[in-house]
Design a protein around this ligand. Structure first.
Ligand SMILES: *Cc1c(COP(=O)(O)O)cnc(C)c1O
Length: 411
């Protein structure tokens, strides 16, 4: 739809990247299941291969169905260009490997998705990249590390699963003073709630597995930014090979069309659930940026349009209480995913930080009683009633009689 910036986001999720004629006058972009594309005109083929003419050569490089998804994300993030990957982690590692190599320095925070944290702690250092991870809540400390000089600043806000908020504008200013590239993981916020590129961030990454696709039935990732940067990311993906397949692209395109509708319902329920948990005696603390007392609330207000649909909370009694409470919930998957239409509960140690050891989680400040809720599209009243009955049962049983057998379970 020719990048109509005036259309509302609920319109753009539906029509973005798609107001073009699809083959056969199909109203939906078909799944183009072809590894390669054939040419009778050999010179024309060569022109396409050189990029002088539009067209497709081989689906590791580009695919018509995947291209529609890339166009949709490009429009939703108001980016010049977008590149799809097979998973969110493929997108993140693709970006980091495109822009970092031996001798470069990256500054990020301790709170980031567990897989991202592994890249920072395990893979990049052994490739000779200097990685500094700062206390997520200490903005001045992050600014100081950036000011020492770095090539890339990596931000995830709100963070998974602790829902910490980074001040994008402030850290961006620090990064620009030293000429660093700024990358932001926008998975939790989605393009509906936050557009880091509009604030001046260079590259946005998404796990499309989550809210974008929205139905927990597909994996994918997307990177957005200026064409000059995306050309490098696309080149890396073409060779590295973590391309998205057209079946998955189709599912993600279909999912994105209802993103605005879904998220409206999900974040209204998330706010209500966070307020309920705040008053629940078995809950030690609640993390939701929509709560006025959340330490990042005012920054979130200044850079987000909504607070998202993820809430996390720490249960008194740690894992012993977790194993009692979670099985009692009726409207709940207990699974390592988020952003789907169903409500999903998961302890950090089996979800976002399943890749980390107990010691690593402790170092990261991830409590064993930390539970993440990805709020689904069910009726708010049913989700609240479900939590109430589960907490009532656990309170009735008492938390002290349990054994300590769950404390030592490895991840
Ligand atoms: C899930 C997730 C990822 C990784 O995405 P995959 O599609 O599972 O590879 C990255 N960042 C955040 C914030 C996530 O929630």
């Amino acid at each position: 739809m020719n990048n109509d910036k005036n259309a509302g986001i609920g319109t753009r999720v539906v029509w973005g990247g798609e107001q073009v004629e699809h083959p056969y006058n199909a109203t939906q972009m078909p799944i183009v299941a072809s590894a390669a594309y054939g040419y009778r005109d050999i010179d024309g083929w060569y022109d396409v291969a050189l990029g002088n003419q539009p067209g497709f050569i081989y689906s590791r490089m580009s695919n018509p169905t995947v291209a529609v998804l890339e166009d949709k994300l490009r429009e939703l993030e108001q980016a010049e260009s977008a590149v799809a990957f097979s998973t969110g982690m493929a997108a993140i590692s693709g970006v980091l490997h495109t822009f970092l190599c031996q001798g470069k320095r990256v500054v990020s925070t301790r709170d980031s998705y567990g897989g991202t944290n592994k890249i920072f702690e395990e893979f990049l250092p052994r490739q000779g990249v200097d990685v500094t991870l700062c206390d997520t809540l200490d903005c001045a400390a992050i600014e100081r590390e950036i000011a020492r000089g770095c090539d890339l600043v990596y931000l995830e806000t709100p963070s998974n699963p602790t829902l910490k908020i980074l001040d994008i504008r402030r850290l961006l200013a620090a990064a620009k003073r030293v000429g660093a590239l700024v990358v932001a993981d926008n998975t939790f916020a989605t393009p509906l709630n936050q557009n880091p590129l509009a604030l001046g961030v260079d590259v946005v990454v998404h796990s499309a597995t989550k809210f974008l696709s929205g139905h927990g039935d597909v994996l994918g990732g997307v990177v957005c930014g200026a064409e000059a940067l995306m050309a490098q990311v696309r080149h890396y993906r073409e060779i590295n090979g973590a391309s998205l397949d057209p079946f998955s692209a189709y599912l993600i395109i279909r999912g994105i069309k209802t993103l605005a509708l879904r998220l409206r319902q999900q974040q209204a329920s998330a706010q209500a659930i966070a307020e309920y948990l705040r008053d629940e005696p078995l809950v030690e603390s609640v993390n939701y940026p929509g709560l006025p007392e959340h330490p990042g609330h005012s920054i979130a207000r200044s850079q987000m349009r909504g607070f998202g649909a993820i809430v996390s909370f720490v249960l008194r009694g740690g894992m012993d209480t977790v194993v009692k409470l979670l099985p009692l919930l009726r409207y709940a998957h207990r699974a390592g995913n988020l952003g789907a239409v169903e409500t999903i509960y998961g302890p950090a140690r089996t979800t976002s930080h399943v890749e980390n050891t107990l010691e690593e989680r402790q170092a990261l400040g991830i409590s064993e009683g930390l539970v993440r809720i990805s709020v689904g599209i069910e009726d708010t009243a049913d989700l609240l009633a479900d939590l109430r009955q589960a907490f009532a049962t656990v309170s009735h049983q008492g938390t002290d009689a349990s054994s300590a057998r769950h404390r030592e379970v490895p991840a």
